[in-house]
Design a protein around this ligand. Structure first.
Ligand code: NAD
Length: 252
């Protein structure tokens, strides 16, 4: 069913990240994979790995999601190389542990430009293609930081950007619904990747688990499964939703 369709995954190059887990899971489900990451070398290496391991086509482009011109050129390239773009997972993101009173304007803009404007630039370009086929599945990664005001690692601009992703998701669910496109978000709690300033020490890991209702820390696959469900044909009636995958950190 997915053989003639492509899922675009941003932020997939990181070797222990959520994007990589998602790209591999989707490839295993038969999606062709378009990778967009600022780390062009890492992205191309994952594309080669996917092509060798799965019976699908994978193609990677290097681009900075916060640069709209680069994004549009990159998606043009993916579209030319791959079957129709039917799904998008907006996963690229950066953390920012700087306290508000020490925050520079540059840091504020770096985080908002990557984590919020970046989602908009990629979504806008991919949606233009989806509309032509009257079909699309879009999932963007938010965070419990949007709902709890941070509290795990990153601080204010991160929370603001991730809250913006939820607002963008709801607004686009309304605007793109008539074109056969669903738009959802996934809000992870703490996940065992390197985004919180590098690999977690046993002490930090234990402290994070203490706040959860599960006895373990989330793994990239936990988020990949949530994203893959929302990109699948089993989620047709779900749109404008934020799915928390957070070990019970935020219940609403
Ligand atoms: P990661 O650092 O392992 O991966 C981030 C990826 O985004 C990398 O491949 C990186 O190269 C790419 N990237 C960064 N800036 C980019 C840019 N400007 N343009 C294009 N690509 C860029 O982090 P992760 O933990 O896998 O996080 C993935 C997403 O999940 C992020 O949006 C993050 O905010 C979100 N998230 C993570 C956690 C967590 O605890 N790990 C919790 C909640 C939300």
């Amino acid at each position: 069913m997915t053989a003639d369709r492509t899922a675009v995954v941003t932020g997939a190059a990181s070797p222990r990240g959520i994007g990589r887990a998602t790209a591999l899971l989707l490839a295993g489900q038969g999606w062709n994979i378009g990778i967009l990451d600022i780390d062009a070398v890492g992205g191309k290496s994952l594309a080669a790995e996917i092509t060798a391991q799965y019976n699908v086509t994978a193609y990677a482009v290097g681009a900075d999601v916060s640069n709209e011109t680069e994004v549009r050129t990159a998606i043009d390239e993916l579209e030319a190389a791959l079957p129709p773009l039917a799904a998008l997972a907006n996963i690229a993101g950066v953390s920012s542990p700087v306290p508000y009173l020490e925050l520079t304007s540059d840091e504020w803009h770096r985080v908002i430009n990557t984590n919020l404007n970046g989602v908009h630039y990629v979504t806008r370009r991919v949606a233009e293609s989806m509309v032509r086929h009257n079909y699309g599945r879009i999932v963007s990664v938010s965070s419990t930081s949007a709902q709890l005001g941070g509290g795990t690692y990153s601080k204010t601009p991160y929370s603001v950007a991730k809250a913006g992703v939820i607002g963008l998701t709801r607004a686009l669910a309304r605007e793109l619904g008539p074109f056969g496109i669903t738009v959802n978000a996934v809000a992870p709690g703490p996940i065992d990747t390197d985004i919180m300033g590098g690999p977690l020490t046993p002490t930090r890991r234990a402290a994070l688990i203490d706040n959860l209702l599960t006895t373990r820390l989330g793994q990239p696959d936990d988020i990949a499964y949530a994203i893959a469900f929302l990109l699948s044909d089993q989620s047709t009636y779900i749109t404008g939703h934020t799915l928390n995958a957070d070990g019970g950190l935020y219940m609403h």
